[in-house]
Design a binder for this molecule. Structure first.
Ligand code: DNO
Length: 358
């Protein structure tokens, strides 16, 4: 595995490359062209400039999160072929620039969903949280407004204001898309991009739906092991893989996280490892990475990655806001750096125990 940190680029992130390279063991960043929109074809010179900027700090681009998929592809509209074509061109250029892992998602309308961006915990830190009761009390149009005040002035990925303005229109377009249709549209997309992935050795890593169930009646399919196995078999190519995001799958306590990793052996191309605390059914909040602070056994998650020979990029995921930092919710420097150090420690212990036959 390679420890990395997500970085939104110098125009959008409060965290700098100079800071990232001082986190022990972090040599790679996971980044994107944050100013692009889903459906854009990425220009080679923009990819090159991003790469040069990262490499000038002695780091490298370990993968892209995300090259977003246009809604026409998810809905299956006639213009999807045009957007797939652009997606392929983007993949081709990333491959040419030595980038071989691309994270994306197939969630309709909303990317990840939280109802609070700054829930206060007893130690004074703040975290992202989700309450099903709060979602049930909202209509989708209110969702964005309800969290907009807590973003610390940052544009949250997946929650861009332009996107939120089109919510009603998007809901109407998804009206006839059920789970079966969404699976079929995902298959169509994957089959179309696999030849480029084969040629440029690009590992596609689908991000789970977060939370791992339907929100506002929209279909969501990347939620559980049976659905993942269906997706892996549906396009049985090693480049069709997953982002194992512990925090997203773990929203559903029925998902056995280490068991899922083991079952997906060889198809986990990217890992987001973080912890959550389940308070009661339908209410969870994010926690520090440490096992004891939340509901997951982080050792077992890292052990499953180790045992299955995981060799892709890994990153600590959403951190708490601590020590007075003002950053994009979930993406400050301090708690993610603590997370990286902790995950590196678990990995070193697992590796050494294995070498000693323990
Ligand atoms: C949230 C992230 C997601 C993720 C996308 C991948 O913090 O994990 O926004 O990047 O779903 O396309």
């Amino acid at each position: 595995m390679e420890m990395t940190l997500r970085w939104y680029g110098s125009r959008s992130d409060s965290v700098t490359l100079e800071q990232i390279r001082q986190i022990p063991g972090v040599k790679g960043v996971i980044t994107t062209l944050y100013e692009t929109s889903p459906g854009d074809e990425w220009a080679l010179e923009d990819i090159r400039a991003l790469r040069a900027e990262v490499e000038a700090q002695g780091l490298h681009i370990a993968g892209i999160e995300s090259v977003n998929v246009h809604d026409a592809i998810k809905i299956g509209l006639p213009e999807r072929d045009l957007y797939i074509d652009r997606y392929c061109k983007t993949l081709e250029r990333l491959g040419q620039e030595g980038i071989h892992m691309v994270c994306y998602n197939f969630m309709p309308v909303f990317d990840w969903t939280r109802t609070e961006l700054a829930r206060r915990r007893p130690d004074g830190s703040t975290v992202l949280a989700y309450s099903q009761k709060a979602v049930d009390a909202l209509i989708p149009e209110q969702m964005f407004a309800s969290i907009a005040g807590d973003t610390n002035g940052f544009v949250m990925p997946g929650w861009e204001p332009e996107r939120m303005e089109r919510i009603q229109e998007l809901f109407a377009l998804y009206q006839d898309v059920d789970e079966e249709k969404l699976f079929a549209n995902l298959k169509y997309f994957l089959e179309a991009i696999m030849p480029v992935c084969d040629k440029y050795e690009i590992n596609m890593a689908i991000h789970p739906d977060d939370p791992a169930w339907s929100v506002f009646g929209l279909p969501r399919i990347i939620t559980s092991l049976p659905n993942l196995m269906r997706m892996m078999k549906m396009v049985d190519n090693p480049h069709n893989g997953v982002t194992f995001c512990a925090g997203s799958y773990g929203t559903n306590p029925d998902n056995d996280l280490p068991g899922m990793i083991r079952a997906l052996k060889g198809r986990v191309h990217f890992a987001h490892v973080r912890n959550l605390k389940h308070n009661f059914p339908g209410d969870f909040e994010e926690a520090a990475h440490l096992s004891a602070d939340g509901s997951f056994d982080m050792y077992e998650i890292m052990k499953a990655l180790y045992d299955t020979g995981f060799d892709g990029p890994i990153r600590p995921d959403h951190g708490r806001m601590i020590w007075g930092e003002k950053a994009m919710p979930g993406y400050g420097l301090y708690d993610r750096a603590l997370g990286a150090a902790y995950l590196n420690g678990l990995w070193e212990a697992i590796e050494k125990s294995a070498a000693r036959g323990m």
